[in-house]
Design a protein around this ligand. Structure first.
Ligand code: VGL
Ligand code: ZN
Length: 179
């Protein structure tokens, strides 16, 4: 079974948002176009309390229940069968979708028989990377869809470095036409 993991395609990570990823919204039509190819579609949300140690590293973003924490309006979110909320506690960065606190993502996917995970969303150099590395460490066959992710690029090379690190951990990089 193939699972599509959509990481943090939230308003605050898109242009105009509190922690905008350059061209973050460009992933949305690509992700929408992939959905029909998957048995299981899940998404993570960065879901922070208003006060968090995380906001000593980052401008406040994706605060629980705010508009910035909502999915990008053009994401076909009705196709998402389950959301996984992470970074939910005040001392918790929660970069990886596998750190979700509302439900256990690994158990959820394994109970559905998912063996291959295709990772998409934001941002390549933080939450996509952490989620892909955790998925590989948990025994899934992991793919990152290159044109369905975008990087923060605090340093302009961060996105490419993150992809290299993922490949070293056994992750396969594909483009959406290969899915
Ligand atoms: C993220 C920085 C801070 C991400 C979340 O979703 O990649 N990056 N919080
Ligand atoms: Zn965050």
């Amino acid at each position: 079974m193939k699972g599509l993991l959509i990481v943090d395609v939230q308003n605050d990570f898109c242009p105009g948002g509190a922690l905008a990823v350059p061209r973050g919204d460009m992933v949305v039509p690509v992700i929408n176009s992939l959905m029909s190819r998957f048995n299981v579609i899940v998404a993570s949300k960065d879901w922070h309390p208003a006060n968090s140690v995380h906001f000593q590293k980052w401008p406040p973003h994706c605060v629980q229940e705010t508009r910035g924490a909502g999915f990008h309006p053009e994401l076909r979110s009705e196709k998402i069968e389950q959301e996984f909320l992470k970074g939910t506690r005040d001392k918790d960065d929660g970069y990886s979708a596998f750190e979700a606190t509302n439900l256990d993502l690994e158990l959820y996917l394994k109970e559905k028989g998912v063996t291959e995970i295709f990772v998409t969303g934001l941002a390549t150099d933080y939450c996509v990377k952490a989620s892909a590395l955790d998925a590989a460490a948990r025994g899934f066959k992991v793919f990152v869809v290159r044109d369905a992710v975008a990087a923060v690029n605090v340093d302009p090379a961060d996105g490419d470095r993150a992809l290299t690190e993922m490949v070293k951990a056994g992750v396969t990089i594909v483009t959406s036409v290969d899915v």
